[in-house]
Design a protein around this ligand. Structure first.
Ligand code: KG4
Ligand code: ZN
Length: 347
């Protein structure tokens, strides 16, 4: 049993958590959404400065909320890739410094592996193999989870990520930031069949299409054209119907790919992760299709879907138990395929 303190600063949440294997002892998240809202998106330099201010109070809060001292901590972890490098460096440097001062092992964690581990926190009996549908502001991936540190990406987005599409469509309709929750809320009051929208498909040279990859930039352009056309005839946009039609198209596209992928690879469980897992349209379509195809579909609670450090600590605990450790020379990387996770560790 490993007790890990982890720091997550890859984007716009300063998060610190203490986890004992799959059990959360404390989970502190300090969100910067309000700070970035006036800019309509995350400003990297502002995010880094904010992390510097928030990280030490968050560490102190995590220890006090867990009612533990450093003696109880077996290892110290931080997200090191992928993400905003300046932001990652704040958490990574804090974790390495603490590892030296407290004389504890240090572990770097891949952010997407963290999102996968969110499902272990909410479903502690979950064991690989399973399929993870990871849908966030930066990623839309179907990942074959084979074991701790062993992943194969079977599908990904060719352009915009699912969350990015929600944010961009909200922006073009002037709805505010972040767009996902706003569109989700509006969609509940609209007709999902009001406007048929094209679902992007990746064509293959031989005339077929790529079964598991997704594309959302064509859909985004279609919404833009539609809003421009509607604005010519009416001063007010039917935002609820537009939001519902857009959400329906995204939810169906993701559901179709996830179900096909799970069936083709003989996997009986789909675990969803990332901020877009909060989306009610996706939850509805994927749960319904899962029941129909006899697949177990897991949606972690919202607080584990969006960025948090508990999922990072949970991943680190598993690696710690396998004897994996990271060198203190480990650096932050803006990009890193999840298949390369084991490069972060030596035994
Ligand atoms: O995983 P996350 O917190 O951060 C990373 O990107 O790593 O995901 C944030 C994304 C944003 O694009 C946000 O608009 C989207 O998740 N999101 C949603 C919903 N809640 C958050 N998208 C659709 N429906 C939602 N309810
Ligand atoms: Zn994330």
């Amino acid at each position: 049993m490993a007790t890990i303190l982890a720091i997550e600063t890859s984007c716009d949440e300063t998060a610190v958590a203490i986890v004992n294997n799959r059990e959360i002892l404390s989970n502190i998240v300090s969100s910067q959404i309000a700070v970035h809202r006036p800019y309509g998106g995350v400003v990297p330099e502002v995010a880094s400065r904010q992390h510097v201010e928030m990280v030490n109070p968050a560490i102190a809060q995590a220890l006090s909320a867990a009612h533990v001292t450093w003696d109880a901590i077996d290892g110290i972890a931080a997200t090191c890739a992928p993400g905003l490098v300046g932001a990652l460096l704040v958490g990574l440097t804090a974790a390495k410094t603490l590892a030296i001062v407290q004389q504890k092992p240090f572990l770097g964690v891949h952010h997407l592996e963290g999102h996968i581990y969110a499902s272990y926190l909410s479903t502690p009996d979950l064991e690989p193999p399973f399929l993870c549908l990871l849908v966030s502001g930066g990623h839309t991936s179907l990942i074959y989870v084979k074991a701790c540190g062993q992943y194969e990406t079977l599908g990904q987005t060719r352009d915009d990520a699912a969350g990015e599409a929600f944010d961009k469509v909200a922006r073009l309709m002037d709805l505010g930031y972040p767009g996902g929750p706003i569109i989700d809320q509006l969609a509940s009051q609209g007709n999902p069949h009001a406007y048929p929208l094209p679902e992007g498909q990746i064509s293959l040279p031989e005339g077929g299409f790529h079964r598991y990859d997704s594309s959302f930039s064509g859909l985004k352009t279609a919404v833009l054209r539609l809003t421009q056309k509607l604005q010519q005839t009416s001063p007010t946009l039917p935002v609820a119907d537009l939001a519902a039609s857009f959400q329906e198209t995204v939810a169906k596209a993701l559901t179709k790919r996830a179900i096909a992928c799970a069936q083709d690879y003989g996997l009986d469980t789909i675990a969803v992760g990332g901020g877009v897992a909060a989306n009610s349209g996706l939850r509805h379509h994927l749960q319904t299709a899962g029941t129909h195809h006899n697949l177990r579909v897991l949606f972690p609670p919202l607080k584990f879907c969006t960025d948090n450090a508990a999922m990072i600590a949970c991943a680190a605990a598993d690696h710690f138990n396998q004897g994996h450790r990271s060198p203190l020379t480990l650096s932050a990387r803006s990009r890193m395929p999840i298949a390369d996770v084991m490069q972060l560790y030596s035994r």
